[in-house]
Write a protein that binds this ligand. Structure first.
Ligand SMILES: Nc1ncnc2c1ncn2[C@@H]1O[C@H](COP(=O)(O)OP(=O)(O)OP(=O)(O)O)[C@@H](O)[C@H]1O
Ligand SMILES: [Mg+2]
Length: 260
């Protein structure tokens, strides 16, 4: 459809039985950009991502990743992307280096380049000195960086990160994002979902999803201006209020607290 885009979709839809999780989504993610997918729990972000990754077959609509068709070329798409799913799991009983070796083998990295590739990833993720640590003893922030490293083993052109910093402290989040910027500078396209609006403001472009539909998209600064909001968190709340027709404050007022 277009040589300058990493992902492009036309009315891409996913139904689970009668339920429509992703509803006629049109998205265009430019190569080399950092693109954020935002929206409340259950909005359809992970489902959309799984279709882009070739993991889930769409029910209807079109989609291409680097010109590869999401229906026909799912296996080829997987070779071009690094996907860190919401529940990406490392082998907890293995050491850091053993996990990296394991993923290198999964991606069939040739023996000749394997050690060099692993060393590069250790440096990139700042894991030096922790190679022999058992993964389950690492804190959440370190685990996420190791997981990111595993996803980069085959040098993907597109990195898809589904809530990579959930339950990660602010310092580790900041470091994680510095790594993301570096990867983007190297030309890797990044698609990320997050519930942290400070992270979302760092994206080149964002799309808000609600009920499986895109309800707003664009450059974060421009959206904030257009919505006459203080920040992206305010925009998020405004969108949800518009969609539900209910003020967040009135939802709170309905909550009944136990009287002591
Ligand atoms: N395999 C499935 N079968 C049936 N329903 C599903 C399936 N996967 C997802 N759903 C439903 O589709 C909707 C969208 O889910 P999805 O996981 O894509 O949301 P999300 O935006 O990623 O939410 P969160 O922010 O909580 O991760 C939800 O209502 C979910 O229950
Ligand atoms: Mg999700």
């Amino acid at each position: 459809m277009n040589g300058e885009v990493a992902i492009i979709t036309e009315n891409i839809t996913k139904k689970f039985g009668e339920f429509t999780a992703v509803d006629k989504l049109n998205i265009k993610i430019p190569k080399g950009s950092i693109y954020g997918l935002l929206g409340p729990n259950g909005a359809g972000k992970s489902t959309a991502i799984r279709m882009f990754c070739g993991v889930l077959t769409p029910t209807e609509g079109k989609g291409e990743v680097f010109g590869l068709d999401v229906y026909k070329d799912a296996e080829k798409i997987k070779q071009n992307i690094g996907y860190m799913s919401q529940k990406f799991s490392l082998y907890e009983d293995l050491t850091v280096i053993e996990n990296l070796n394991f993923y290198a083998d999964i991606y069939s990295i040739p023996k000749k380049v394997k050690n060099e590739r692993i060393e590069d990833i250790i440096n990139m993720a700042g894991l030096n000195g922790r190679e022999k640590n058992i993964t389950k003893t690492l804190s959440g922030g370190w685990k996420q960086r190791l997981a990111l490293g595993c996803c980069l083993m085959h040098k993907p052109r597109l990195l898809i990160l589904d809530e990579p910093t959930a339950a990660v402290d602010p310092v580790s989040r900041r470091i994680f994002w510095q790594i993301i910027y570096k990867l983007a500078k190297q030309g890797i396209t990044i698609l990320v979902t997050t519930h942290y609006m400070d992270e979302a403001e760092s994206c080149d472009e964002v799309a808000f999803i609600f009920g499986g539909k895109i309800i707003g998209k664009g450059n974060p600064k421009k959206i904030i201006e257009e919505k006459n909001a203080k920040n992206l968190e305010d925009v998020f709340i405004k969108y949800v209020e518009e969609q539900t027709g209910e003020k967040v404050q009135s939802s709170f007022d309905k909550i009944k607290f136990i009287q002591s």
